[in-house]
Design a protein around this ligand. Structure first.
Ligand code: ZN
Length: 445
């Protein structure tokens, strides 16, 4: 077995590769990218080609290699190998285009792309970025084939080099910070099949704000409610209000809300407010303090909706907020009317006794069934209730329960589909006439 020195290994591989594939300095250097630090791949490739041209020159003088062999490598290597060959034999060469990058990758190209990216990034109020590169499959296949065929273990990928070089230039020229985990913006560089054309697009990460809203009046939906005939059913929605207030402040595109559940359109959300995350897409402005946002919101008066921002949120918080809200506890206040019979104090105490840590089984409510079509049974707990008589036929109940319980159905029983219900417990027809959400528990997320 022949053991080659490190030096011989590098040059044997370089020679073997260049005999078969035309490669520019950068593409050859990239095959040895893990060797040496503080060098660009172009410098690496040029250095290897320099030593290789010296080696070939010396071998040719000693008669160890032929002119044809030297020429074969010079045609593929271009650069210093070709110029040595041309000087030595006083002849010209028809050079080949780089097998991987078609002679396109150069510091000039990187500069051009970085300039374009910076122009785009400056339109937004971002402080960090990440570069993403899309290359044609053909180039990636060629690269893989070359690495496998030549057993190269010191290489880095072409994609990685492009990302790194452009990223470095953007950082140095703009002062923006590269962030590999949670960047404000992603610079997407997409190359054509032959790499000769490329587009630069900046995708700005939506801004996520965490807060709470209060709905101080009824007949306000959470998102715009459009009927089948295309008419808006309610004049105002929480989403439209938030959009109206925050779009100008952030000079944003679309604004979405992700809330921890939703109350009925005719229920108020008072007390603790309902936690939500606001997603502000493509904001031109993003560096706005929480204090300033809240002051700005407070200027939008005469609206029966209140909003308070607590801070920013991560994307995963949206999923957590939705998941935890399904079961997080709630407190409701419901005003109930008994149309045919009076309700006495003993009956109210009975309600408090029956609905103490009791499990409620709810078939999909009839009012929901029209929209959902599929029926299932929802199982939720009522922890406790407190009832207060207002008139002989009107009383108020505070209900502390698990999230997701249908409160109106808990009161009227939904024709026996909710069990037990206030109606079934008292054996009297009961109608919920006013519903408020007083408290929505927020799990720490
Ligand atoms: Zn190349």
């Amino acid at each position: 077995m022949i053991i080659l020195s490190f030096y011989e290994q590098v040059f044997t591989i370089a020679e073997k590769v260049l005999l078969k594939y035309p490669l520019c300095d950068a593409c050859l250097g990239r095959l040895f990218a893990k060797l040496g630090v503080g060098l660009s791949n172009t410098e690496r490739g040029y250095s290897i080609k320099t030593i290789l041209s010296m080696k070939l020159h010396s071998q040719y003088i000693k008669g160890e290699v032929s002119k044809e062999f030297f020429e074969k490598i010079a045609v593929n290597a271009d650069s210093i190998v070709a110029s040595t060959y041309k000087k030595l034999f006083n002849t010209d060469l028809i050079l080949k285009e780089c097998y991987l990058c078609h002679n396109v990758l150069s510091s000039r190209l990187y500069e051009e792309v970085a300039e374009k990216a910076i122009r785009e990034l400056r339109k937004y109020d971002v402080t960090s970025f990440l570069v993403g590169v899309t290359l044609d499959k053909e180039i990636l296949n060629r690269e893989l084939q070359l690495l496998l065929e030549c057993g190269l273990s010191y290489a880095e990928s072409i994609k990685r080099e492009i990302k790194r070089e452009i990223g470095k230039l953007i950082r140095d020229k703009s002062g923006l910070r590269p962030d590999f985990t949670d960047p404000d913006a992603i610079v997407m560089v997409t190359f054509s099949r032959d790499l000769k054309e490329c587009s630069v697009k900046v995708e700005v990460k939506p801004l996520l704000l965490r807060g709470r809203y209060w709905k101080l009046a009824r007949r306000i939906s959470q998102v715009p409610w459009i009927t089948r005939s295309g008419v808006k059913k309610y004049a105002l929605s929480i989403q439209e209000y938030i959009e109206g207030v925050l779009r100008d402040l952030f000079k944003a595109g679309e604004i979405l809300i992700h809330a921890a559940g939703r109350e009925d359109v005719d229920a108020r959300m008072i007390g603790s407010g309902r936690p939500l995350i606001i997603e502000i897409k493509s904001p031109l402005k993003r560096d706005v303090s929480v204090e300033f946002i809240n002051k700005y919101i407070d200027t939008a008066r005469n609206v029966p909706i209140k909003l308070h921002i607590e801070g920013t949120a991560l994307r995963k918080c949206i999923r957590l907020l939705k998941e935890t809200s399904k079961k997080s506890s709630k407190i409701y206040r419901v005003c109930i009317y008994s149309p045919f019979e009076d309700i006495d104090e003993a009956e109210l105490r009975k309600l408090e006794e029956v609905f103490n840590n009791v499990t409620i089984y709810q078939k999909t409510p009839l009012r929901v069934l029209r929209r959902k079509k599929r029926e299932h049974i929802r199982v939720r707990k009522v922890y406790s209730v407190r009832a207060t008589r207002i008139t002989p036929r009107v009383f108020e109940v505070l209900i502390y329960c698990e999230g997701g319980l249908y409160i109106k159905e808990l009161v009227h029983g939904d024709q026996g589909r909710t069990n037990p219900s206030f109606t079934s417990a008292l054996n009297k027809i009961l109608i919920p006439i006013e519903l408020d959400v007083l408290y929505v528990e927020e799990k720490v997320i």
